[in-house]
Design a protein around this ligand. Structure first.
Ligand SMILES: Nc1ncnc2c1ncn2[C@@H]1O[C@H](COP(=O)(O)OP(=O)(O)O)[C@@H](O)[C@H]1O
Ligand SMILES: [Mg+2]
Length: 325
């Protein structure tokens, strides 16, 4: 009797612990991708078929009451961007950064709302709220670390100022710095009035720039120009701590191996666009133009950004340690 009671207690504690891990680490279970899941439970909410680059369908898993977005690029040449979204999402999940979680829907997997039935698609957890572009609440907040046409690359004083609004924003900026991501413009950052917080979507533009190196240069310059305020230092602490975790949990070799696994899963070879060192079916130049960078360039960027991120953490450690109010 006593043993039964203890076993039941242990089971309950274990289940609570699993739920906590899932919510803390932002590791959703994506039940809809389980081969045993009955897809009749999926309801289509809305289809957005007018974008320049992507087709998006909002769907609901009525069985588990969860919402998702199915995303496919119109052009088959941009499939590498889908893989980058999964890659960056996994990196974000490793430390619980609030961006949408993304999984691959394989080419051979039938799934409702796939516009191109025989191509890969991505499945994204649904982010509630409105984009900063569409919500009137924060008209000035912008954390994008790249301004086309100007020379701005990497974190700026104004980004640090915006980071101090919420830990979520500081974490997203750290993710972008670590992964060289330049796509979190106001249209890709969401504000949810219910939780009163910010979330990121659209992770396709990654490992294009060494934003960690730019951050080192920019922060050194900022420190000599004007003393940081204590608000800015608090934001920089979250930024640094998130970078530390990202560095500890995502060694560059692991990121590249994960990318290789995704390339294999996506079977890009069959689609003629596999770009490991062995299979080249399209000229490197054309591929680089279509996907912003080649797989080789992407991997070089993974290592460069990682090295610079370690230097950036050292610099931030020093600035934070020596800070006097
Ligand atoms: N995870 C998501 N949650 C909620 N809405 C999303 C999500 N992903 C995409 N969307 C919607 O689809 C639009 C386009 O998706 P996005 O990933 O930003 O691609 P792109 O900017 O290349 O068109 C977004 O502006 C948003 O309205
Ligand atoms: Mg977008």
């Amino acid at each position: 009797m006593m043993i039964c009671y203890i076993l039941r207690y242990v089971k309950v504690v274990f289940i609570i612990w699993l739920c906590l891990i899932e919510s803390i680490q932002c590791k959703p279970s994506f039940e809809v991708l389980d081969p045993s899941y009955d897809q009749k439970n999926i309801r289509v909410i809305k289809i957005k078929d007018k974008g320049k680059l992507v087709y998006i369908a909002k769907i609901e898993d009525q069985l588990h009451q969860k919402k998702y977005c199915v995303k496919q690029y119109y052009s088959e040449d941009r499939i590498f961007l889908s893989l980058k979204e999964v890659l960056i999402s996994r990196i974000a999940e490793s430390v619980g950064i609030p961006v949408n979680c993304v999984r691959l829907i394989l080419a051979e997997t039938p799934f409702p709302c796939k516009l191109y039935k025989k191509r890969i698609a991505t499945l994204h957890t649904f982010i509630p709220g409105k984009s900063l572009r569409n919500s009137g609440k924060y008209p000035k907040v912008d954390i994008k670390q790249f301004i086309r046409g100007s020379k701005i690359l990497g974190i700026t004083r104004s980004i640090i100022d915006h980071m101090s609004l919420s830990a979520n924003l500081a974490q997203i900026v750290a993710l972008d710095t670590f992964t060289g991501s330049t796509n979190h413009s106001r249209g890709n950052i969401y504000f949810d009035e219910e939780s009163n917080d910010f979330y990121g979507i659209d992770l396709k533009k990654a490992f294009l720039e060494n934003l960690s190196r730019s951050a080192c240069e920019n922060i050194k310059k900022m420190a000599t120009e004007k003393k940081f305020t204590s608000r800015e230092i608090d934001a920089l602490k979250i930024y640094r701590d998130t970078l530390k975790e990202l560095i500890a949990k995502n060694p560059p070799g692991d990121i590249c191996r994960h990318l290789d696994t995704l390339l294999k899963e996506a079977q890009l070879k069959k689609l003629r666009y596999f770009f490991g060192d062995k299979y080249v079916y399209l000229s490197q130049n054309k591929f680089a133009r279509l996907t912003s960078n080649s797989i080789k360039e992407c991997k070089v960027m993974v290592f460069q950004n990682y090295d610079s991120a370690k230097k950036l953490v050292k610099l931030l450690d020093e600035i934070i340690k020596n800070y006097k109010k």
